[in-house]
Design a protein around this ligand. Sequence first.
Ligand SMILES: [Zn+2]
Length: 149
Amino acid sequence: MSAASTAPSDTALLGFARDAATRAYAPYSQFSVGAALLLSDGSVVTGCNVENASYGLAVCAERVAVGRAVADGLLGTGRAAGTTIEAAAVVGPGAAPCFPCGACRQVLHEFGCARVVVEGEDPKADTPATPLSLPFSELLPRAFGPGDL
Ligand SMILES: [Zn+2]
């Protein structure tokens, strides 16, 4: 997606993630996940989980989104050096918040992820879930990252 003039709201980010989840390749777990990264340049990049018949090769939505952002030149090196992830929104199939797994937390930290947005518990199934925004340091405290090398 192209850079936006104004940053999308957390609700909008969750909507992008929810849309991405509809494209998940999850024939084995039926656990479709979508992620939407808001980058510091205003870009939004989405990803969905991609499973494999060799189960251990499944890749989570967050890491697919990061890989896509790097491959598209929006994150990583060159002119993207210094660009960070301002927010990572993640949506799972259930009503409970879907937090990134440990591996994804480490990968998100590599690119300076500032916070994670998930859907808060929804007391009424017919109303939109409330975005729950957490500082990344709460998800991966005392993280090892590029600054430690
Ligand atoms: Zn993961």
